[in-house]
Design a protein around this ligand. Structure first.
Ligand SMILES: [Zn+2]
Length: 117
């Protein structure tokens, strides 16, 4: 039973019922505030692309990458984006496109970096 000993309202059935509803409402609001304060999610970390090379490609073979030709220090010509590298040999890089096709491109002047999946 709820205790109305410290209440100011008249000790009638309807006043006690009103009091119970107000307390329940307050408890609900308080619970909601507590729930809200503990479920604040950390913002998603910003995506950082990683340069993929002949040495580290195996660590990134599950990550979509962009392959590009380095034309000069400031210019890149994209070859394929959102593909996954399946092999990095002396002459060719093999990769799989999003629709499952296997392709290859020459290693010469090739650059690769991960893209947001
Ligand atoms: Zn009361």
């Amino acid at each position: 039973m709820m205790n109305h000993n410290e209440c100011q309202h008249p000790s009638t059935k309807s006043e006690r019922a009103k009091c119970r509803r107000q307390r329940a409402k307050f408890d609900g609001a308080l619970a909601a505030v507590i729930a809200e304060s503990v479920t604040i999610e950390a913002p998603a970390p910003a995506f950082v692309s990683i340069d993929v090379t002949a040495e580290n490609w195996r660590e990134h073979k599950e990550s979509p990458v962009v392959l590009f030709t380095r034309i000069d220090d400031d210019t890149e010509a994209p070859i394929a984006e959102g593909v996954k590298i399946t092999g990095w040999g002396k002459r060719w890089v093999n990769y799989q496109t999003a629709d499952g096709k296997t392709k290859r491109t020459a290693v010469t002047c090739l650059g690769a970096r991960t893209v947001e999946g």
